[in-house]
Design a protein around this ligand. Sequence first.
Ligand code: KMH
Ligand code: ZN
Length: 312
Amino acid sequence: MAKKNNKTIITCAITGAIHTPTMSDALPYTPEDIASQAIEAAKAGSAILHLHARNPKDGSVSINPSHFKAFLPIIKQSTDAVINISTGGSILNTIEERIAPAKWASPEMCSLNMGSINFSMHPLADRFKEWKFNWEEAYLRNSEGYIFRNTFKDIAFVAKELGEKQNIKFEHECYDVGHLYNLKFCMDTGLFKPPIFIQFVLGILGGIGTDIDNLIFMKRTADRLFGKDYQWSVLGAGAGEMPLTTTGSQLGGNVRVGLEDSLMISRGKLAKSNAELVTKIRRIIEDLGCEVATPEEARKMLGLKGKNKVNF
Ligand code: KMH
Ligand code: ZN
């Protein structure tokens, strides 16, 4: 069984690389909006902030370190939350490009995607006729042919550059059961040391679906593979966000919410902000008798290097 805690870590994924500005006015893409939504999410109870950058002119996905530099110091000054920088990048980026922001910033955590999959948002393109920016429709439609590449060699490269050289801990994103076996293989070859932090990612088109049965299967498989040596969290993309995080917290796991994963606060109703999503899951968790972890508690649970060891 995974190590059971009575505290639940809430990660908030602020903007991501899936949704586009047309889909919601709340989706932040300027450095000011990313920073202020991240700070508000932390105040609402999020101990970890999972961050991507965007081009402030048009909201397109960016892996340019200068776009991260524009908001990271502001967030660090205003919150104690753990900063987690994505290494997911977007279509067409090499793995070297994808880790460039984290290599510069040396945050306490980074995402690390544990296998290659189809990763598609193309059905979303049919929901809109008019677009705020002209890159959006092609970006979504082109994802139909996208393979999200995360080979064993890529994973080993990230482990060495960010884990070994910079003591950055990973949010190991697992989109299907096979990714847990990939992670186990990497553990057995010494790439990662416990405690590891696994994010079960359910609901991406190309990965496992948002059925509760799938969450239980992922958890049982991880229990078998990793014993006591891991912490886990769950995210449900789209409508699966609140049902899966609620169930996950009751199963002893941690949770991730945010506009990266779902734009909706409830069926058919857009969320006003990331903080609104954090507030909702926090209320549910506390109403059901669990406590939310502070950033310091999250640092202890995950064995992080500390806020004063980052480079921004
Ligand atoms: N949007 C998530 C489903 C990453 O940042 O490395 C995937 C993600 C990838 O969070
Ligand atoms: Zn992400």
